[in-house]
Write a protein that binds this ligand. Structure first.
Ligand SMILES: Cc1cc2nc3c(=O)[nH]c(=O)nc-3n(C[C@H](O)[C@H](O)[C@H](O)COP(=O)(O)OP(=O)(O)OC[C@H]3O[C@@H](n4cnc5c(N)ncnc54)[C@H](O)[C@@H]3O)c2cc1C
Ligand code: FES
Length: 268
C-alpha cells in the first residue's frame, strides 16, 4: 500500500528535470540500498517507478527523487509544490552489491538521466571512501543545458579523491569542455581493467557502445553492472510487465551484472 508522503522541497535542475525532497509520514524511514527505486503514485493519475537518487546514509525519513517530465504522471508531478502529497511504495528491487566492489577501482558511467540512480551509489561509495580504490565518474549529457546536478558535478571536479570527467554531445558558446559521447571519455582514464568494476546507467542506445568498449579494454563481464529498467506496473514480481525470460526487472533488477543479462533476448 502506498503511504502518503509530503514534498518538502522542489528544485528545478533543467527544463525537463526536477529534484524532489520527500518526507515519509509516521516516522517511517526508507532504508534503501543504492540503485533501488520507489513506486510514486498520484491519486486518480497512476503510478511510476522512480529511482531513489539520495544517499542511503542520509538519515531520517526524507529522500530525493529526480523526475523527468515525459508524460501523464511525471507531468502532473511537475506541477506539484512544497506541501503537496504523493503516494510512495517501496523501496523495491535489487540495489548494487557494494560489498563486491570493495578494494576495486569503481568506474561510474552515466548518460543523461542515468546520473540520478548513480548519484545514490556515488554518495554511498564516497561515504565509505576507504573501502574503494579509485572512484572515477564519467558523465555525458546531450547539451550543457541538460546537465543534471551541475553544482555537485563541479564539486566532484575539485575533489582530490574522485576523478570526474564530463562531456556533451553538442556544446554551446559557453562550453569549453569535451564534446562527444560518454564512451569517448574512457580515453582519458588510465584504466586498470583487472581491478575495475564499472557501473553503467543511461539510455538504452548508450549501453551497446559502452559495453563493447569496456569489454574491449579487458573489464570482466561480471565486473560490469547495469541499471536494467523496464516498463513496470506492480514493482513486486506479481504482474509480469517487466519480465524478460526468467528475469523480473523489478525483483532481480534494476541492478544486474552484464553476465546475468547478456543472453536475454531484447535485453540490450
Ligand atoms: C526502475 C526504474 C527507475 C526509473 N527511475 C527514474 C528516475 O529516477 N527518474 C525519472 O524521471 N524516470 C525514471 N524512470 C522512468 C519512469 O518510470 C517513466 O518515465 C514514467 O513511468 C513515465 O510515466 P508517465 O505517466 O509520466 O508517462 P506516460 O504518459 O505513461 O508515458 C510517457 C513516456 O514514458 C514511457 N514510459 C511509461 N512508463 C514507463 C516505465 N515504467 N518505464 C520507462 N518508461 C516508461 C512511455 O513509453 C512513453 O514514452 C524509471 C523507470 C524504471 C523502470
Ligand atoms: S513490475 Fe510487475 S512483475 Fe515486475
Amino acid at each position: 500500500m502506498p503511504v502518503p508522503a509530503k514534498i518538502t522541497a522542489v528544485r528545478t535542475l533543467t527544463e525537463l528535470e526536477k529534484l524532489y525532497t520527500i518526507e515519509l509520514p509516521y516516522g517511517l524511514t526508507l532504508d534503501h540500498d543504492p540503485g533501488q527505486f520507489v513506486q510514486v503514485s498520484l491519486f486518480g493519475v497512476g503510478e511510476a517507478p522512480i529511482s531513489i537518487c539520495s544517499a542511503p546514509s542520509r538519515s531520517g525519513s526524507s529522500f530525493e527523487l529526480c523526475v523527468r517530465n515525459v508524460g501523464n504522471l511525471t507531468g502532473k508531478m511537475h506541477a506539484l509544490q512544497v506541501g503537496d502529497t504523493l503516494g510512495i511504495r517501496g523501496p523495491f528491487g535489487r540495489g548494487f552489491p557494494m560489498e563486491r566492489f570493495r578494494g576495486k577501482d569503481v568506474l561510474f558511467i552515466a548518460g543523461g538521466l542515468g546520473l540520478a540512480p548513480l548519484r545514490s551509489v556515488i554518495y554511498e561509495a564516497m561515504s565509505h571512501r576507504e573501502k574503494y580504490n579509485r572512484l572515477i565518474i564519467l558523465y555525458g549529457a546531450r547539451s550543457p543545458r541538460e546537465m543534471l546536478f551541475r553544482d555537485e558535478v563541479n564539486a566532484f571536479n575539485w575533489m582530490d579523491d574522485v576523478e570526474m570527467y564530463t562531456t556533451v554531445d553538442c556544446g554551446d558558446e559557453n562550453w569549453h569542455g569535451c564534446v562527444g559521447f560518454v564512451n569517448s571519455l574512457l580515453d582519458n582514464v588510465a584504466l586498470n581493467p583487472h581491478n575495475t568494476t564499472a557501473i553503467v546507467c543511461g539510455p538504452p542506445i548508450m549501453y551497446k557502445f559502452i559495453l563493447d568498449d569496456l569489454i574491449g579494454l579487458g573489464v570482466a563481464e561480471h565486473d560490469i553492472w547495469l541499471s536494467f529498467e523496464r516498463h513496470m506496473k506492480c514493482g513486486v514480481g506479481k504482474c509480469g510487465h517487466c519480465q524478460i525470460n526468467h528475469i523480473y526487472a523489478c525483483l532481480d533488477g534494476p541492478s544486474l551484472s552484464y553476465t546475468e543479462i547478456k543472453n536475454l533476448e531484447e535485453a540490450l
